[in-house]
Design a protein. Structure first.
Length: 230
């Protein structure tokens, strides 16, 4: 951990210092807005591709009666949907990581504001610490995130859809190879759970790497220990 010297709070602090901090704060806020716009845009694009594929498959199924033509068409378009979904999932995970870095930067700037004007501390509802607890306080105004909050995240929703598409694709492959209905269901479920486990492991590894590599400058634990000693 790096112990940076506090900002000079002596009388006559140049207003330029506050202006620079505010400019950086607005820059991070604008970048965070663009990141969330990209998250919504990529998720919407994937859902549009998925919806179009489902409609196309239903039309082909009506025309071919789920015969050989339907299987050929499904084997052609489902890999494309799965590829788009996988790319969307990876980008959403990276976007969440980038958003976490932006929150870290904004928390650090908030810490600088309070060093310059500590009397404003009661008016802040977001955190001024850049450790994991501080990031969670800024995200959700609490130190832990429930399972319902995680399940509602865009990467989780896209990952679930990707897993289902992978299961359907595996089932159709099994059907094309002449497998029985029971075998098709078993292969589809196995592929679905395997895809879900792979995507979950991928996201967990990325977040774990972030936790291992990151070193906070203004952790909440240090602030608590200083407050206790005084």
């Amino acid at each position: 951990m790096t112990n940076d010297p506090p900002l000079d709070r002596s009388e006559g602090t140049p207003p330029l210092r506050v202006q620079i901090l505010a400019t950086e704060h607005w820059s991070l806020l604008a970048t965070r807005g663009m990141t969330w716009n990209e998250i919504f845009s990529r998720t919407g694009t994937f859902l549009t591709v998925l919806s179009a594929t489902v409609i196309a498959l239903s039309l082909v199924a009506q025309a071919t009666g789920f015969g050989t033509g339907f299987r050929a068409f499904a084997l052609l378009v489902l890999p494309v949907v799965l590829l788009v979904g996988l790319g969307t999932f990876i980008r959403l995970v990276e976007a969440d990581v980038e958003d976490a870095w932006l929150v870290v930067g904004m928390n650090r700037l908030r810490h600088a504001y309070l060093e310059l004007a500590p009397e404003l501390r009661p008016y802040f509802v977001t955190s001024q610490h850049d450790d994991e607890l501080g990031v969670l306080r800024t995200y959700s105004f609490r130190t832990d995130v429930g399972i319902s909050h995680l399940l509602c995240g865009s990467p989780v929703i896209v990952g679930i859809i990707d897993s289902v598409v992978a299961g359907v694709f595996a089932g159709i492959i099994c059907q094309a190879l002449g497998g029985a209905v029971g075998l098709q269901v078993a292969v589809g479920l196995l592929a679905m759970f395997a895809a879900a486990a792979m995507l979950a492991a991928m996201a967990y590894r990325r977040l774990g790497q972030l936790r291992r590599d990151y070193r906070p400058r203004f952790p909440e634990s240090d602030a608590d220990s200083v407050a206790a000693s005084t």
